[in-house]
Design a protein around this ligand. Structure first.
Ligand SMILES: C[S@@+](CC[C@H](N)C(=O)[O-])C[C@H]1O[C@@H](n2cnc3c(N)ncnc32)[C@H](O)[C@@H]1O
Length: 253
């Protein structure tokens, strides 16, 4: 009964979503495009997928003639062991240094990982060490002040997981087993992330905010509409620190 109620609300919310301009901006696709473009720029490049987990969204789009090598680095042995898409997988905590030699890497990328690092400063510092000059630093992550991120910080982690599972089971936005790592969102907002990159000498290529996160609330249409109205306001006022997601592309000079 409750499941049918949620399903009905979800269908109505999805009808609304198709009419929301900011819901059409697919940052996940843009992230993939950015990594693929950097990865296929030159022959013989080395790419690291930090916190790669079970999958790597871009290896299949390598140009075979270029001989690009993709390495996955993840703190969780169980996750990375299931990754069949990277060329080699290493277990490592990205906030304690990347297991690569100085100036040996061309692209460092991550998707939905930065928010899990308790401190970004050592990660960014070590990225500068391992990247070659001209190397790219490309990350997609949820932003600290998005409503779902604020809720995720306030509510204890086990309860947050249960709530998400209860309301979103079967939703295409939340595939089974793809949630549950502790998130800190430390410096995960536009101004703070820009400041860290500037401190470590990175040049910004693109910082693209995404405002759509109402799918978290699509199980109840009134809540969804309230959330969508908030997003339209924040986007209209250009309040980038309140965005839902950020895609950052930076370059080591
Ligand atoms: C939400 S998953 C994202 C997985 C994958 N990037 C994707 O987009 O499907 C977060 C991943 O980050 C990894 N992770 C969390 N903290 C990490 C750290 N300190 N160092 C390396 N990986 C970490 C987790 O083990 C997990 O695989």
């Amino acid at each position: 009964m409750l499941r049918s109620f949620f399903a009905l609300n979800r269908r109505a919310s999805q009808w609304v979503a198709r009419r929301l301009p900011h819901a059409q901006d697919d940052l996940f696709a843009r992230y993939e495009e950015a990594v693929v473009a950097a990865m296929n720029e030159r022959p013989g490049q080395v790419v690291i997928d930090v916190g790669g987990g079970k999958t790597c969204p871009f290896t299949a789009r390598r140009r075979p003639a270029l001989g690009t090598r993709v390495f996955g680095v993840d703190v969780d042995r169980g996750e990375i062991a299931r990754n069949r898409e990277v060329d080699a997988a290493t277990i490592g905590d990205a906030s304690r240094g990347l297991p690569f030699a100085d100036r040996s890497v061309d692209v460092i990328a991550s998707r939905m990982v930065i928010e899990h690092l308790p401190d970004l400063e050592p990660f960014v510092a070590d990225a500068v060490r391992v990247l070659r000059p001209g190397g790219r630093f490309i990350h997609l992550f949820p932003s600290r002040y998005a409503p779902f991120a604020v809720l995720n910080r306030i509510v204890p982690q086990t309860l947050a997981k249960r709530i998400l599972y209860f309301f979103q089971r079967g939703s295409p936005f939340f595939p089974e087993g793809n949630c549950g790592f502790r998130a800190f969102y430390r410096d995960c907002h536009d101004s703070a992330f820009r400041a860290i990159l500037a401190r470590h000498g990175f040049e910004l290529v693109e910082v693209r905010p995404g405002y759509y996160q109402s799918f978290y609330f699509d199980f109840f249409l009134p809540l969804y509409l309230l959330s969508a109205a908030y997003e339209l306001l924040v986007r209209g006022l250009g309040l980038r620190d309140l965005a839902a997601y950020l895609l950052v592309v930076a370059r080591k000079p």
